[in-house]
Write a protein that binds this ligand. Structure first.
Ligand code: NAD
Length: 478
């Protein structure tokens, strides 16, 4: 199928089942959000394809888990190398389906590969708790079996690699289901994996929410690693209960940032801006509500507007574009309606950037003042290129308002005084609290949400252990 715009002919990737690249009669059109046109139709897995994938994973899982950790890690590094060889191709697919600029798409993939490389160095040591005349007791980490990895549309390949890396290293077989909005690059990754991994160890099946539901109910699948919205996380928990699946849930966020009164607006504006509005504001742990001391607000809003004024919005395949479109139509509608509602209730969009008129799903960068915490734009996760700037008089009030959310993924404090900032950070409820940055994630640092933002963590040794169960060996000696 030929892509639209300035791209050449690209073949739609297939599903990967049992080491084969397969097609299906059912196909799903994938829309390029920069043009609002379908640029490809990918095969869609139904119950039969899922069953085949689950059976293939089951056949593969036993010999995969029996390999020494170091050998599995070598395989993982081969997957990293194969992916890197196709970086340009994958980045283009990612830009076409997700909308982000090409350089950011490359950055996303490179970041995901660095996480995999880190998992290729981690140990899973046996812990000896007793070794005396009477008994030897070992705590061993064993793979959970088959992992269903279900991902969202904001960082399709990063999220997939975050799950594939630790799941494979820990000795599991993985079935990945990307979002129906962004299946293409992940399917292609699955194809590349078949050349370097044993059949059935890593499979990618594309499909809609129904396929996700079927994965979470499948009796052969032992764990779900999910990134997506809070309501879907809850549905997955319920649907996983009858088969008692292990769960890692990375859900939504409504991260607050608190600026302290010693901040020089010009010096902090750039980092604050990108803390909130990178990836077109579609970042789970992006800064989504900014609390600023009342006297500082006019100068800070001006400094943020100066940064926002430099941001070029457009088609991510074009040179010089800093921010692409919103990824899909329903999300664009949602962002527009949250802004309209806030305006109607007295908030002011004091900066509205330039954006192409469409038909792509473009939304201008919008900085909003005079919003209140009760407005949907502030109370809910807006997930778009809009930042509400709220004011406070007492720091205690800002802390209370920051914590007054069911979501608690990240939060940040901004100050030139580190000790003071850390004292405030200590009072914020979130899976990660940053000082003078937001959101920075690293392969050796756990990432996860408190409260309704999720269950468990990804990344680091803790993220690796989440793909294992504990099995104890007790040897009687006396
Ligand atoms: P979504 O929950 O609608 O969909 C995510 C995935 O779940 C898709 O693949 C979808 O097909 C599948 N799905 C939908 N219903 C399902 C069900 N009942 N059972 C199983 N699978 C099902 O989320 P989205 O709109 O794609 O993503 C946006 C959300 O993801 C935002 O809330 C964002 O904050 C969150 N997110 C969180 C993180 C994190 O690490 N915490 C990272 C990125 C995105």
């Amino acid at each position: 199928m030929t892509t639209t715009g300035n791209t050449s002919t690209i073949t739609a990737p297939g599903l990967t089942i049992g080491g084969d690249i397969v097609t299906a009669t059912d196909r799903t059109e994938v829309i390029n959000p920069a043009t609002a046109q379908a640029f490809m139709a990918v095969p869609t897995a139904g119950p039969a394809e899922l069953e085949n994938a689950a059976q293939a994973a089951n056949r593969a899982a036993r010999s995969w888990r029996a390999l020494p950790l170091a050998e599995r890690q070598e395989y993982l590094l081969r997957l990293v190398a194969a992916t890197r060889e196709h970086l340009g191709e994958l980045a283009l697919l990612l830009t076409l389906e997700q909308g982000k600029p090409l350089a950011k798409a490359r950055g996303e993939i490179e970041s995901g590969l660095r996480y995999c490389e880190r998992y290729a160095t981690m140990e899973l040591p046996v812990e000896v708790v007793r070794d005396d005349d009477s008994e030897r007791i070992e705590i061993r980490r064993v793979p959970v079996g088959i992992v269903g990895a279900i991902t969202a549309w904001n960082y399709p390949l990063l999220l997939a690699l975050w799950k594939i890396g630790p799941a494979l290293a820990a000795g599991n077989a993985v079935i990945v289901k990307p979002s129906p909005y962004t299946p293409v690059a992940t399917l292609r990754l699955g194809e590349l994996a078949q050349a370097v991994l044993p059949p059935g160890v890593l499979q990618v099946v594309a499909g809609g929410d129904d396929l996700g539901r079927a994965i979470t109910a499948h009796p052969l699948i032992n764990k779900i690693s999910f990134t997506g919205s809070v309501p879907t996380g809850r549905a997955i928990m319920a649907s996983s209960a009858p088969t008692l699946k292990r769960l890692t849930l990375e859900l939504g966020g409504n991260d607050a940032g608190i600026v302290l009164d010693d901040v020089d607006p010009a010096a902090f504006a750039e980092d604050l801006y990108w803390g909130g509005l990178s990836n077109c504001g579609q970042v789970c742990a992006g800064l989504k509500r900014l609390y600023v001391p009342e006297p500082l607000a006019p100068r800070l809003t001006e400094a943020l507007a100066a940064v926002a004024g430099t941001v070029v919005v457009g088609d991510g395949t074009e040179e010089g574009v800093d921010m692409g479109p919103v990824q899909n139509r329903p999300q664009l509608d949602r962002v527009q309606s949250l802004v309209a509602d806030a305006e109607q209730r007295g908030a002011e969009v004091y900066f509205r950037g330039k954006a192409p008129a469409g038909p792509g799903y473009f939304h201008p960068v919008a900085l909003v003042r005079n919003a209140t915490d009760e407005m949907g734009l502030v109370a809910e996760e807006q997930f778009g290129p809009v930042l509400p700037i709220l004011t406070y008089r007492e720091l205690d009030d800002a802390v209370a308002r920051a914590n007054a959310s069911d979501l608690a993924l990240g939060a940040s404090v901004w100050s030139t005084d580190e000790d003071r900032a850390v004292q405030v950070a200590d009072r914020l409820e979130a899976g990660t609290v940053w000082v003078n940055q937001h959101p920075l994630l690293s392969p050796d640092v756990p990432f996860g949400g408190l409260k309704q933002s999720g269950l468990g963590v990804e990344s680091s040794r803790y993220g690796l252990l989440a793909y294992t169960d504990i099995s104890v060996l007790r040897v009687k000696r006396a």
